[in-house]
Design a protein around this ligand. Structure first.
Ligand code: G3P
Ligand code: MG
Length: 241
């Protein structure tokens, strides 16, 4: 089972920053998950919330600020003053980090378009990944079913996963209707009858967000393809032990 660093090594470093992503690669995570929103001037920025209030020293909606304005925000101090140099990354910076990385780390790009359906977000993100020749190393996902459909129509090269919250007994059927062969879900679905059946039928399941060792151990012997965690170090140490 693979370990994906959720928003980077976000348990020890400020989430969705270049530092958190570099630390995930250093820790030996198989993959990194991140979240993408769009600035007022159409740039793809890596941040979880629609607003920048929680994870920066500024306030406002990402969609109402230009890329330059967003880059002025300190994206590290909220976590610890020593991280004051961290900025909201551009997606392209993370793709370049992936290109430098020789260990083959996979990147899960979660499009955050379930609150605001940013125009052409899918097209821009996929084009950027395609131009960098990163097929095979990127999995796109979204909670937004219409967006998942658009991604499937736009590009046949990248793996697209449908992402959902809670337990959803008919998830396999929905994924099939969307044309996805992978699902990103919470642990409760992966341990349910429907989840086990989905995996037995060859579906790829990645589970978020596993920070609890006992829960992680209950998944180790299942066919779950990967778990996303804020603490990749901790889970990787457990495997070694
Ligand atoms: O992509 C999996 C997970 O990150 C989805 O939830 O809110 O942490 O982005 P969230
Ligand atoms: Mg996410």
């Amino acid at each position: 089972m693979k370990i994906f660093a959720h928003r980077g090594c976000s348990g020890q470093y400020p989430e969705n920053t270049m530092l958190a992503f570099r630390k995930a690669i250093e820790a030996g995570a198989s993959g990194i998950e991140l979240d993408v929103q769009m600035s007022k001037d159409g740039e793809l920025v890596v941040i979880h919330d629609e607003r920048i209030d929680r994870t920066t020293d500024r306030v406002g909606y990402v969609k109402d600020m230009t890329y330059k304005e967003l880059r002025n925000a300190d994206a590290g101090s909220w976590f610890h003053p020593s991280f004051h140099n961290e900025r909201i990354p551009h997606l392209e910076e993370v793709l370049d980090l992936l290109l430098e990385d020789q260990s083959g780390t996979v990147l899960n790009i979660e499009l955050k378009n379930d609150v605001f359906d940013y125009p052409n977000l899918e097209e821009k993100a996929m084009r950027m990944a395609e131009e960098k020749n990163l097929a095979g190393r990127i999995v796109f996902s979204s909670f937004n079913k219409a967006s998942v459909k658009r991604m499937k129509q736009l590009n046949k090269v990248f793996e697209i996963a449908w992402l959902f919250e809670g337990n959803m007994p008919d998830a396999a059927l929905i994924a099939e209707q969307l044309g996805c062969s992978s699902i990103h879900c919470p642990a409760e679905f992966s341990l349910s009858e429907a989840g086990l059946e989905y995996m037995n039928n060859g579906g790829t399941l990645r589970v978020y967000t596993i920070n609890d060792l006992a829960l992680y151990q209950s998944l180790i012997h299942t066919k779950v393809s990967a778990v996303m965690t804020d603490f990749p170090d901790l889970l990787l140490r457990t495997i070694e032990e």
